[in-house]
Design a protein around this ligand. Sequence first.
Ligand code: ADP
Ligand code: MG
Length: 378
Amino acid sequence: MNKFEQLGLNESLLLAIKDLGFENPSEVQEKAIPVLLEQNTDLVALAQTGTGKTAAFGFPLIQKIDAENRNTQALILSPTRELCLQITNEIKLYSKYIKGLHTVAVYGGASITEQAREVKRGAQIIVATPGRMQDMINRGLVNIKNIDFCILDEADEMLNMGFYDDICSILSDTPDEKNTWLFSATMPAEVARIAKQFMAEPKEITVGSKNSGSATVSHEFYVVNARDRYEALKRLADANPDIFSVVFCRTKRDTQAVAEKLIEDGYNAAALHGDLSQAQRDGVMKSFRGRQIQMLVATDVAARGIDVDNVTHVVNYQLPDEIETYNHRSGRTGRAGKLGTSIVIITKSEIRKIHSIERIIQQKFQEKTIPSGIEICE
Ligand code: ADP
Ligand code: MG
C-alpha cells in the first residue's frame, strides 16, 4: 500500500496520481486529505507556496463530488485568471479517470456567455476568480445556492488583491450547510477575519512555521547603483546560461521596459502584466512553460501563484512595496522539493529592507557581488 492509498483515496484518484508521478504525499496533503475525506468539516490550512495545496484540497474534493449528478457542487475561488486556469487543469488531471466529472474555469477577460454556457451544461466544480464570479451571480448566470463545498485558495493573495467584498458577497450566496476549506500561505488579519466570519469551528492545519519561507530556496542580494540595475540583471543572466526565471518588477511600465530591453539585447525574455490581453498572457505562459522563454519579466499580480516546474531563479529586479509579497515571489522557485535561488537587486539605501525580510522568512540572505564582465568572458 503506498502512502496515498493509506490516506483513503480511491482507485481512480490513485491511478491519476500514478500518472502524475507523485510518489508520496507532501506534508500538507498528508495532514489535510484524511481530515477532509473522513469529516464534514470546515478547514483552515496554512502551508508555504509550492507545497502541493492544490492536490491537498483537490483529491478529497474530487472523491466527495457526485459525478452522476451534474449540479454544481463545489466552488473554488482563486485570485487570478492564470491560477484559475492552472487549478482547473490540475483538477482535470486528477479526475481524468472519473467519468462525468466536469470542471469549468470562470475568469475575467474571456467570454462570459461561453463560460455561462459551460456551467449550464453541467459542471460539478467551478473554479473562479471572485470578480467574474460576482458578475455571473449578478447576471443570474450561475447558481451556487446548493453547493456542498467552497474552497478559498491562496486566500491571502485574494484578500491582498482587494477581493474582500466580493468574497463576502459570494459566500453569502452559498448555503450555510456547506463545508468551507481555506488554503493560504500566510495568515494575515484579513484571512483570520474571513475564517471567523464564514467558517464554523474550522479544523486547523499548519505546515512549517506560519509565514516562513520555503527551506528549498536560498536567498541572495546584490548591492548596485540604481542606474546599474539593468546591467546587473544581464550579468546575472550571463553568469547563469541555463537560467529559467521569473523577474519581478514593481510596475507594468518597468516590466514592459525591462522585457523589451532584454529582448533587444538578445535574451529569451517576455513580459507578463495586466495590460496584455488574455490571449497574449496565455501565449506568454505557454512559451514560458515550454521553456522558449528563459526570463519571464512580470508584475506581482500577473505572476501570482503561478506554478511552473523547475524555475531556477526568482529575481527581484525591484523589491515589492509590501514585504510579505517577497514570500510569494520567492515561492515561484524551489517548488516540489527542488532547489531554487531568490535574488534581490538593491541599492545601498535598501539594505535595511533585507533585514526586515529575513525576519519574516526566518532565513538569512547571502550578500553577493555581481560577476564582472571579465569573469563572465573567461
Ligand atoms: P501550492 O498551491 O502549495 O503553492 P501547488 O499545488 O501549486 O502548490 O503544487 C506545487 C507543485 O508540486 C506542482 O507542480 C505539483 O504538481 C507538485 N506536487 C504537488 N503534490 C506533489 C506530490 N505529492 N509529489 C510530487 N509533486 C507534487
Ligand atoms: Mg496554490
